[in-house]
Write a new protein. Structure first.
Length: 107
């Protein structure tokens, strides 16, 4: 599951040293995410992400760095997470993976 990417549609708020904005997370993995945003970002920029993850007790805060930019799509790599964020992200992705496997078995 560490390298698996899952298609999602999650609102995200982000802020950095000289930037703040909103976007949509389009795919998500343990190591990073693809975000669509109209806010101009720079490669290497460090951001604090707040994901509004469905079915969770609260928003998921993750530190990240911009690794690539293609138009309005931005690839971010998660930086060092605290234990709570790691567990919340792991649980959310495990739930998606389980639902996908159940759907495949039923088809």
């Amino acid at each position: 599951m560490l390298s698996d990417r899952f298609r999602v549609y999650i609102d995200v708020h982000f802020s950095g040293q000289n930037v703040e904005g909103m976007g949509i997370v389009r795919n998500l993995a343990m190591r990073g995410a693809l975000i669509e945003t109209q806010v101009p970002l720079k490669t290497g920029e460090e951001l604090d992400l707040v994901l509004m993850v469905p079915d969770q007790t609260g928003p998921l805060g993750l530190p990240a760095a911009v690794r690539w930019i293609r138009g309005h799509r931005v690839g971010v790599e998660f930086l060092k997470m605290d234990v709570e964020a790691f567990q919340q992200l792991t649980g959310y992705l495990f739930g998606i993976q389980s639902a996908e496997e159940s759907h495949r078995k039923a088809a």
